[in-house]
Each structure stands twice: as structure tokens, then as C-alpha cells.
Ligand binder design. Structure first.
Ligand SMILES: Cc1cc2nc3c(=O)[nH]c(=O)nc-3n(C[C@H](O)[C@H](O)[C@H](O)COP(=O)(O)OP(=O)(O)OC[C@H]3O[C@@H](n4cnc5c(N)ncnc54)[C@H](O)[C@@H]3O)c2cc1C
Length: 391
């Protein structure tokens, strides 16, 4: 690849886009990242991401950032409990003391800051929202940004998440509502302030499931428990009930009514929460989502394979995709081979891996919210280590 003339743009400064940029730049391949947020803090959610040792952290190692990542990450609690609505514990997995299995947890903003700081100044062009892409022949595409800026690239990498503006250049697929909404809230300093909830949730994740509904709670490394009330229903479930999703007490009452008959210890996760409630209708791309190879364009992360997050390793996959795509492009750069072959090689690995993960994520969510729940999830727990993170 002639280094000076081959222009690569990455759209989106999420985990996937940034790690891709870092690996490219580390090996001397020029790249520019375009991000709609105005700066590194931007609108990136504050919550933690739980990663799997073999994927996300491995990508950060390849990016030369392992030490810095370890300094910012905390080991996530590995305990996993499955309860029914009466509070009966059906299954509990606790790691052996001294276990070497590891699931690091890192704040989304800390991960973004780490990756941005590892790039040469000016690599990320903040406040640039990609509006459209126009083919200009020979695999080149002209990008038009919201502020009127235009630029033409040899390769545009869509790392722009669920509602990608790059994806329409490759496929007609759009994310569909999964039929499931999570309503998120949280309890702070649980050991001191909510000891009963601390005991109920344990040192990891608790899922209480019954009859198509669930309460999923996850303790983070700072003694905070994130709670998700999960249920099937319309995307705008609150409107017909006359509930404003911004009215904390109205949402609390509606949720307590929906979980009527559940054990009081479980309902207390909603009743005593310290935060407001955030409505998170879950969207996913169709499975499988692939596209015919198109010179000059490709996708990674959620833009390529948005899946529901109950057990879907979205950030792990985004980091893995970004790192692998970059490695193929670096090889093409080093050996002066055709970068289009590098993109093809990346896509050949991406498709089967992401299809398998998306199928599992969809099946786990279906099982958790099945009418006869928690039975199907109990079977999954017994068959394999189902580790929900949904947080
Ligand atoms: C409730 C919840 C909990 C989750 N918990 C976990 C977890 O614990 N572990 C895990 O592995 N995954 C988790 N996930 C999934 C994870 O958040 C995503 O899979 C991951 O963030 C995807 O990374 P990405 O880089 O592909 O995209 P994103 O993180 O979505 O980043 C995309 C970036 O592109 C920018 N952008 C979008 N459109 C444009 C445009 N047109 N122009 C310019 N910029 C644009 C956005 O501002 C954003 O910065 C969770 C998801 C949810 C919803």
C-alpha cells in the first residue's frame, strides 16, 4: 500500500474504531477518525463495560496498551445466580478461590480516554457527523459531514455503532426492535446502604426470571449495583400506560405494578433504587448480517453486528474486530500488497464469528424472557457457563 496516497477514514470513536486507529498508527499506517461527539467525554455513557479476557483485553495488548488498561480496569465479580420470582436460588456459580479466570471491567469513558490519548494529536476529528457517502469510482468514497466538510477516502471503515451511516453503502439491513425493553436503575454503596440487596445480588450477577419478565442486577467493582427490569412489550410501553419515562416515581410505580407478586426482596431493587430510570429498548441487526464485499467500505463492531446485550459481548467483539482489521491492513502496508485483499481477509473471519455470537445473544435473551422462564435459562446455566452482563 503506498502509504502517502492510501487514505483511511474511521467513522466513530467507540472502542472498535479507536483500537483500529491505534493499531494502524502504531505501525505507521496513516488514519483519521471522525466522531460526532464534541470531545472525548462527549455523550459516551458513563457505565462500565465488562470484557472477556480472551478478546477485549487481548486486543488492547495488541494495541500496546495492556499496562495502562490493567491500571484502569478492575476484576468483575464472577458469581452468577439464577433465581425465580419467589427469590428461590435455582443455580449459583461461584469461582473457586484463587481462580485465574478473569473478566476485567472498565468505565466506558476511561477506555475511550485511554485509546484517544494513545493516538497522535489531531487523529480524532471531533464534532464531525457523517451524513452521506458517495462512490467516486475505483473503491473511493466521498464523505459528507454535517458541518459541510467533505473528504474522499480509499477506505471508509464504519465503526459508527447501531445507527451506522456507512452500513447503507453495504447492506439494506437496519436494526429492529427485539421486543424487549430493559429499564435501568441503580443502587449505590450497597454494602453500607442496601445490605439486603448486596446479599441478594452477591459478588457478580443475579438474574431473577419468571413468566417473560426479569430483574437482572450486577454489582460493579465500586460497590454499586445496576438493576435492569426486563420485559417484553412495545418499544413505547410507557405511553399507553400514561407514564412519562422521565417521571421517576411514575416509572417506579409502573414497574412495581408489573412485578407485583414477586418476592419483596426482589421488588426492593426497584423500590429502593437511588437513581432515576433509563428506558433502553433493545435493538439488534438481523442474524446473519453479512454483505457482498465492496471495495473501499467495511464495518466493524455494532455497525456490523448489533446484538442484544444480555450476554452479547458487543464491546469485546468491537475491540477484536478493530484490532484484526488493522492487523490485516498493516500487513498489506508492510508488504505493499492490495489493501482490498486485507479487507476481504478480515471480513472472512468477521462473518462467522459475529453470526455465532449474535445467534447466542438472541437465544439467551429469548430463553430469559420465555413464558416458562426461568426453566430454559436454568438449562443453559447447566449446559454452559452463561454469564450475563447486560450492564
Ligand atoms: C445496556 C448495555 C450494556 C452493555 N454492556 C456491555 C458489556 O458489559 N460488555 C460488552 O462487551 N458490551 C456491552 N454492551 C455492548 C457495547 O456497548 C457495544 O457493543 C459497544 O459499545 C460497541 O462498540 P462500537 O465501537 O462498535 O460502537 P459504539 O460504542 O456505539 O461507538 C460508535 C461511535 O460512533 C459515533 N457515531 C455514530 N454515528 C456517527 C456518525 N454518523 N458520524 C460520526 N460518528 C458517529 C458515536 O458517537 C460513537 O462514539 C452493552 C450495551 C448496552 C446497550
Amino acid at each position: 500500500m503506498p502509504a502517502i496516497t492510501f487514505h483511511i477514514a474511521i467513522i466513530g470513536a467507540g472502542p472498535g474504531g479507536l483500537v483500529c486507529a491505534r493499531v494502524l498508527q502504531r505501525h505507521g499506517v496513516p488514519v483519521t477518525v471522525y466522531e460526532r461527539d464534541l470531545g472525548p467525554v462527549g455523550s459516551a455513557p458513563a457505565g462500565p463495560l465488562e470484557l472477556r479476557a480472551a478478546t477485549g483485553p487481548a486486543a488492547l495488548r495488541a494495541a500496546g496498551l495492556e499496562k495502562e488498561f490493567r491500571a484502569l480496569a478492575h476484576p468483575a465479580g464472577l458469581e452468577a445466580r439464577l433465581l425465580d420470582h419467589t427469590g428461590a436460588v435455582l443455580h449459583c456459580e461461584a469461582p473457586e478461590p484463587g481462580t485465574t479466570q478473569e473478566r476485567p471491567e472498565i468505565a466506558r469513558r476511561a477506555l475511550r480516554r485511554l485509546l484517544v490519548d494513545s493516538l497522535a494529536p489531531g487523529t480524532v476529528r471531533w464534532g464531525r457527523y457523517l451524513r452521506t457517502l458517495h462512490p467516486r469510482g475505483g473503491g473511493r468514497h466521498q464523505a459528507v459531514f454535517d458541518d459541510g466538510e467533505t473528504a474522499t477516502f480509499d477506505l471508509v471503515i464504519g465503526a459508527d455503532g447501531s445507527w451506522s451511516r456507512v452500513r447503507p453503502g453495504l447492506s439494506d439491513a437496519t436494526p429492529h426492535y427485539s421486543g424487549v425493553t430493559f429499564v435501568e436503575t441503580g443502587l449505590d454503596d450497597v454494602d453500607a446502604r442496601h445490605p439486603d440487596a448486596a446479599q441478594l445480588v452477591g459478588r457478580g450477577t443475579m438474574m431473577a426470571l419468571s413468566g417473560g419478565k426479569g430483574l437482572i442486577a450486577r454489582r460493579d467493582a465500586h460497590g454499586r449495583v445496576r438493576v435492569y427490569a426486563a420485559f417484553r412489550g412495545a418499544e413505547d410501553w410507557a405511553r399507553p400506560a400514561g407514564v412519562q419515562t422521565t417521571d421517576t416515581e411514575a416509572v417506579r410505580s409502573a414497574l412495581l405494578a408489573a412485578f407485583d407478586g414477586w418476592h419483596d426482596r426482589l421488588r426492593a431493587l426497584l423500590r429502593d433504587s437511588d437513581d432515576g430510570f433509563v428506558n433502553r429498548p433493545l435493538f439488534a441487526l438481523p442474524v446473519p448480517h453479512t454483505w457482498p464485499h465492496t471495495p473501499g467500505l467495511t464495518l466493524l463492531g455494532d455497525a456490523a453486528h448489533l446484538m442484544t446485550p444480555l450476554s452479547g459481548p458487543g464491546a469485546d467483539l468491537a475491540l477484536q474486530d478493530g484490532c484484526e482489521l488493522a492487523r490485516h491492513l498493516v500487513e498489506a502496508h508492510t508488504w505493499q500488497t492490495d489493501p482490498d485483499h486485507a479487507v476481504r481477509a478480515y471480513e472472512a473471519i468477521l462473518f462467522p464469528r459475529s453470526v455465532a455470537a449474535a445467534e447466542t445473544a438472541a437465544a439467551d435473551l429469548d430463553a430469559a424472557l420465555a413464558p416458562d422462564a426461568p426453566r430454559p435459562t436454568h438449562r443453559l446455566f447447566r449446559r454452559r457457563h452463561l454469564h450475563p452482563h447486560g450492564s
